[in-house]
Design a protein around this ligand. Structure first.
Ligand SMILES: NC(=O)c1ccc[n+]([C@@H]2O[C@H](COP(=O)([O-])OP(=O)(O)OC[C@H]3O[C@@H](n4cnc5c(N)ncnc54)[C@H](O)[C@@H]3O)[C@@H](O)[C@H]2O)c1
Length: 428
């Protein structure tokens, strides 16, 4: 099938490359000429395991192309996927300008029946708005479906090629048939539902997962006071299939390019129909407290951060990605700086978008260099390499002896054996 993917970010680039891998002919469109130029030269604009090989293979076999021109991608496409950003607006709603501008550009280039799929995470009612925008620009037949993406950064390629489910929110049997054909090679349940249900499904999933993390953090803080171990508690409750073992890792709270903005957006949308969301509000509040508590415990342990040197391990919002959008680690960095500390940071891949912030801390090539002369070492992202660091070398390099392991990566006994004062989340 001829496919156009609008937006070549984490979702668009991965889904475009994966659809090409499945045998479709895919043209990826982006308004950022620098990004398209890089991609044409085989340089990946993001770090995502397995992506580079996939892109290169499918460009070489002629099934994957990159362009800045809608006119080169849309007219021949039977399926057009919108995968542009939907960041938070100031009031917490999803900023829809990129989706709507993509819809207008698509409408201007449509020449035949096509299915336009909202793959971006968009508020309930968007598929109707996108339909209206396209109709203003194209008088022929088309359908707009909601087809929310479920991939996770760091596992994006395998999540797309081996999904647990595909959500198809379709207004017509004709559009569902096209979507089913597009995904025919993916062996998973396909849930066909109304566009509004599909749009709400995506927000409900993210709000639920964020709430689950906030819940385990709340229990972790209680465990700290009561002398229980959250890892043991999580294993104990997670073995109940009604609860499930995933998303029960206590730590620094949730961040990233999806959960914070999506949780705020569902709350905002609820407000527009007169609904409050007490559980979602509590999840947000608990998420802020998770970071507060880590900072407060460090401040208490080192008697204030002013004039102290912090080694910060991790900047990305989670492991295996370079993405730092709304990263909890970046928030810690800002708080340490605001408290008067100097910070030496290390992250193997993270991309810091704030150029002013970048000038305010030192970025190192490895954990040991970041740790040199520091009073406290903070683990803020769950990169695997932080689990197996040489603790003796770190101890020698540091001035102080405090580790705040905000992702519970190290073994407490092991850290203490090396002479560290070791703090983690929810563990005695
Ligand atoms: N990142 C994730 O893990 C993830 C997972 C599931 C869903 N989503 C959702 O998918 C959407 C995209 O997220 P992302 O992380 O890939 O965003 P991103 O910011 O990485 O990429 C968006 C891309 O769209 C391009 N763009 C903007 N306006 C455009 C236009 N009018 N025409 C063509 N290109 C345009 C930008 O230049 C950018 O390259 C969001 O709604 C997000 O919530 C993201």
């Amino acid at each position: 099938m001829n496919v156009a993917v609008i937006g070549t970010g984490y979702v668009g680039l991965v889904s475009g490359a994966c659809l090409a891998e499945l045998g479709h002919h895919v043209s990826c469109v982006d308004v950022d000429p620098a990004k398209i130029e890089k991609l044409r030269q085989g340089v990946m604009p993001i770090f995502e395991p397995g992506l580079e090989e996939l892109v290169k293979r499918n460009v070489a076999n002629g099934r994957l192309k990159f362009t800045t021109e809608y006119s080169e991608a849309v007219p021949d496409a039977e399926f057009i996927s919108i995968a542009v950003g939907t960041p938070s607006a100031e009031d917490g709603s999803a900023d829809m300008q990129y989706v709507f501008s993509a819809a207008e550009m698509i409408g201007k280039q449509l020449k035949r029946y096509a299915v336009i799929a909202d793959k971006s995470t968009v508020p309930v009612g968007t598929s109707e708005q996108v339909t209206e925008i396209i109709r203003k620009n194209f008088s022929g037949e088309f359908d707009v479906i909601s087809n929310p993406e479920i991939l996770r950064e760091g596992h994006a390629v395998s999540d797309f090629l081996k999904p647990t489910r595909i959500i198809i929110g379709s207004p017509s049997p004709r559009a569902s048939e096209v979507a089913q054909r597009l995904y025919a090679f993916l062996d998973c349940p396909k849930f066909v539902m109304s566009p509004r249900s599909a749009e709400l499904t995506k927000y409900a999933a993210n709000a639920f997962l964020a709430t689950k993390i906030s819940f385990i953090n709340e229990i972790a803080h209680l465990a700290e006071e009561l002398g229980a171990d959250i890892e043991e508690v999580a294993a104990g409750i997670g073995s109940d299939p009604r609860i499930g073992k995933d998303f029960l890792r206590a730590g620094l709270g949730w961040g990233g390019s999806c959960f914070p903005k999506d949780v705020r957006a569902i709350r905002h949308k609820a407000g527009t129909v007169g609904r409050e969301m007490p559980i979602v509000n509590a999840a947000l509040e608990m998420n802020a407290r998770a970071k507060d508590r880590v900072v407060e415990r460090i401040e208490k342990a080192v008697d204030g951060l002013s004039g102290k040197r912090v080694a910060l391990l991790g900047l990305a919002f989670k492991n295996n990605t370079d993405d730092t959008r709304e990263s909890a680690a970046i928030e810690l960095l800002r708080r340490f700086l605001a408290a008067g500390a100097t910070v030496g940071a290390y992250d193997p891949e993270a991309h810091v978008y704030d150029t002013e912030l970048e000038t305010k801390f030192e970025r190192h090539e490895n954990a040991l260099d970041a740790a040199r002369d520091s009073d406290v070492l903070v683990i803020a992202t769950e990169w695997d390499e932080f689990r197996s660091m040489d603790l003796s070398a770190l101890k020698l390099a540091m001035k102080g002896n405090l580790i705040m392991d905000a992702r519970n990566l190290l073994k407490p006994d092991e850290a203490r054996k090396h002479g560290f004062t070791y703090l983690s989340v929810g563990r005695p």
